[in-house]
Structure formats: structure tokens, C-alpha cells
Design a protein around this ligand. Structure first.
Ligand SMILES: [Zn+2]
Length: 352
């Protein structure tokens, strides 16, 4: 494995960021190339933990001649966001300088298929140069994994509808509990920008064997050695299934029992009807029926009419819930994958 530390200069004198890039060389030019990054939302750490365990596994495969496809790994994809602290709290999701979400607004190809990337010398914000560089590093890789997490959550993946069900092997290898299938992007997340470039450059429009995803490795606090190792092993199994790493013949990976794979328009974004203190009645991974109590919000503590009940808008699967227990009116309380579509159509990401 070769490691390079790239420098991203800041916007003002004396500031620079380091981007660590590991490259492992596969022995078979025809095997798929792979790009994996973690920590693009710099406050989401399960992916970093997974790469901590995956990197030695891949180094071993490379040393033993079992690595067929070349792999590029960026374990800290957002050193800019990693450095943002405000009054002691880490702010890793949005750039405090531009107010833009670090996983939005990536450059995509225009109608003629041409994509304009910034370079290290472009006179623009560091985060824009970083976004272009990440896309650059992922270019030419038919397999691209962007490791994220949600608030409190089961493990789930996003997948372009065009690549489903082929990408179900990833969900099976990771032991994911759900997949959200999207067809129309709108806010140019990394996954969407990579997929647009894949479509623009795929020979004859053939996308077979391609995989691009945002993997939500459970919740923000689901970071420990056992989960990190499990996720690394899951990614390894997937790389074996896709012929990136040699493997002994094994049974085809099976989706987890109760796996829920639905179009993203099935997601019911349950919002808080009032502000207050949350008492959850359900947890991610549970099935709920229409009208079931999801949570109570304490508005007026100790009074008989002091809470407001939040009921399930339809039957479905609880995907995520808010990690903090204080909420504003209108904030997202839970995400439920409804048995029925929750909205007629949905373009772009579920939240800011
Ligand atoms: Zn994220």
C-alpha cells in the first residue's frame, strides 16, 4: 500500500489541510477498481472505524497476491469539517464558512457530459477544491462507497434505482437492514455526482457491475471495535463477491431477514408537531402500525395535558430517530419506511 498526503491550501495565509490517500495495487487490470471514503460528514465516525479495520485486511490481501482490483481509500475525507468546532461542539455537517452541506453541491456533468472540476490552483473555497479532488480520486472506479451514518439508525444503504437489485449483494454482505432507492437526485450529493459521471462515461451506457452508494453505518454513537470489524468484514465479503479480492467459493450472500428495500418516496419524515423533550416509544428496526404511538413530546412537564403524542402516519419500518432528546417544532423526529409511498415523488436528499 502506498500512502500520499495531499495538501489542500486554506483560503487565508497560514492555513492548510491534509488529505490522506492510500492506494493498493491490484494484480489484474480487468478487475474492478474501488474507491472508498469515510468522514465526508466529519461528525460521522463509524466509517472511519470500519476503515481502521479494513485497511490492514486489504494490505494483507495485497501482500499475499489476493488483491485483484486496485483500491483507493480516503479515511478522513473532510479535514476541513473535522477542524470545525464552535464553542466546544464539533460542527462536521455544514461548512461554517459557506453554510453549504459538505455532502451537497458536488460538480456534475452538464448536458453535453462535460464536468468542470476545480483544481488545486483554482481560486475558490478549499471545500470546493476538496469536493473536486474527491470526485477525481473516485473517477474510473465502478465501485464507489461513501461511508456515512445517521442520528440513531439501523444500518442502511442508498442505491440508484438503475443499479438495483444488482447492488443487493452489498446490502447482503454488509448485513444491512434496509435500502432506499432513488431515481432523481437534485442536490448533488457525492453519490449522485459520482453516478452522473459513471453514466456519462460508461461505454454504451452499460452500468452492469457498477456500484455507488452512501452507506449509513447505523447511528453516530455506533462506533466500537466490534462494529468496526464487522463492517470491515462485510465490505471485504462484498469485494470478494465483486471479484476485487480472490475468494474461496462461498454461498451467495443473503439479505437479512426482514430486509426492507423501497423507493425513497416511501420514507415518511415524521416531524415534531411541537418543541420539547422527547420520550420515544419506538426504536430503529421496529415495525409499527398506523396510528401507533411513536413518541411523546413533553411541553409542560408534570401537567396532565403536558405532552403531545406523535402517532405513526402509516404502517412501516422505523429507520432512524433523532439522537438528541430536545427538539424544535418542525425538526425531523423519525424516519419511517412506509409500506406505502409517503409522497408522490421525492427529488434529492431527505434532509439538509
Ligand atoms: Zn452523512
Amino acid at each position: 500500500m502506498k500512502t500520499e498526503i495531499e495538501t489542500i491550501s486554506g483560503e487565508t495565509p497560514g492555513i492548510a489541510y491534509e488529505l490522506i490517500v492510500h492506494r493498493l495495487e491490484g494484480s489484474d487490470q480487468s478487475a474492478p477498481r474501488v474507491y472508498i471514503q469515510a468522514g465526508l460528514h466529519a461528525d460521522e465516525r463509524p466509517g472511519v472505524a470500519a476503515l481502521h479495520f479494513l485497511i490492514p485486511m486489504l494490505e494483507k490481501a495485497e501482500a499475499e497476491g489476493r488483491l485483484l482490483g486496485s483500491v483507493t481509500l480516503v479515511p478522513h475525507a473532510n479535514p476541513i469539517g473535522a477542524a470545525q468546532h464552535l464553542y466546544g461542539d464539533h460542527m462536521g455537517r455544514f461548512s461554517t464558512g459557506s453554510r453549504v452541506n459538505f455532502n451537497r453541491d458536488f460538480p456534475v456533468p452538464d448536458e453535453s457530459g462535460v464536468r468542470a472540476l476545480d483544481t488545486a490552483a483554482s481560486a475558490t473555497f478549499a471545500e470546493r477544491r476538496l469536493k473536486s479532488r474527491l470526485l477525481d480520486l473516485a473517477d474510473g472506479c465502478p465501485i464507489v462507497l461513501d461511508l456515512h451514518c445517521d442520528d440513531e439508525s439501523v444500518q442502511y444503504i442508498y442505491a440508484p434505482e438503475q443499479l438495483w437489485p444488482e447492488m443487493a449483494d452489498l446490502a447482503a454482505c454488509l448485513d444491512a437492514e434496509a435500502a432506499l432507492l432513488w431515481d432523481v437526485g437534485a442536490d448533488r450529493a457525492f453519490e449522485e455526482a459520482v453516478f452522473e459521471q459513471m453514466k456519462a462515461s460508461a461505454a454504451g451506457g452499460d452500468l452492469s457491475g457498477h456500484c455507488v452508494t452512501t452507506v449509513e453505518l447505523r447511528g453516530q454513537n455506533d462506533v466500537d471495535a466490534a462494529l468496526g470489524r464487522k463492517d470491515a468484514e462485510g465490505i471485504c465479503r462484498f469485494l470478494q463477491a465483486r471479484g476485487v479480492v480472490t475468494a474461496k467459493a462461498a454461498a451467495a450472500p443473503r439479505l437479512a431477514d426482514g430486509f426492507v428495500g423501497k423507493p425513497i418516496r416511501h420514507v415518511d419524515m415524521v416531524l415534531a408537531p411541537v418543541g420539547g423533550t422527547i420520550l420515544f416509544h419506538v426504536a430503529p428496526g421496529e415495525r409499527v402500525e398506523a396510528g401507533q404511538m411513536l413518541a411523546e413530546i413533553i411541553v409542560n412537564p408534570g401537567r396532565s395535558d403536558g405532552t403531545v403524542a406523535v402517532l405513526a402516519p402509516q404502517a412501516g419500518f422505523v429507520l432512524t430517530r433523532r439522537i438528541r432528546r430536545f427538539i424544535r417544532m418542525g425538526d425531523n423526529l423519525l424516519k419511517i419506511i412506509g409500506d406505502k409511498a409517503a409522497v408522490a415523488s421525492r427529488e434529492g436528499a431527505l434532509e439538509d
